[in-house]
Design a protein around this ligand. Structure first.
Ligand SMILES: [Zn+2]
Length: 132
């Protein structure tokens, strides 16, 4: 009997259930891209007018591409030099978010223009009318 692998299965995720909480959910990439493309929203996120006591650093230090709050300006600058932030920024620049139409098309759900069903129905009606 061989040894069952125990190591290197968690990838530094110590508390999986905590990460899966609804309140820990981050914005989706299309929402982040919408925030980055809208200048007014971007300015409001980077320069908040009100303090949020539930967020780290009272919500003052926010990284828009990563959707993360930081406790201080120094921490945000340190994050801006990190590999994780650079990777996220590169991904946001290169990959366009899917539109609803693209996702529906990928799932096989198309626009119902009634061509197939109604044409068959018309043919049946025509044959029924011609035979009668
Ligand atoms: Zn970042």
């Amino acid at each position: 009997m061989t040894r069952v692998r125990h190591k290197r299965t968690h990838h530094a995720r110590r508390d999986v259930s905590r990460a899966a909480r609804t309140r820990a959910r981050k914005l989706d990439p299309d929402q982040i891209q919408a925030n980055m493309n809208d200048a007014a929203v971007l300015a409001a996120l980077q320069n908040p007018t009100s303090l949020d006591v539930d967020k780290p650093g009272l919500g003052l230090f926010y990284c828009v591409p990563c959707d993360r709050h930081f406790p201080s300006e120094a921490d945000r600058e340190k994050h801006g030099r990190s590999k994780l932030h650079k990777r996220v920024c590169k991904k946001m620049e290169q990959e366009k978010a899917y539109t609803v139409e693209e996702s529906m098309w990928a799932a096989g759900v198309g626009v119902d223009n009634k061509q197939r069903g109604s044409a068959a129905g018309d043919n049946k009606k025509q044959t029924a009318a011609s035979s009668a």
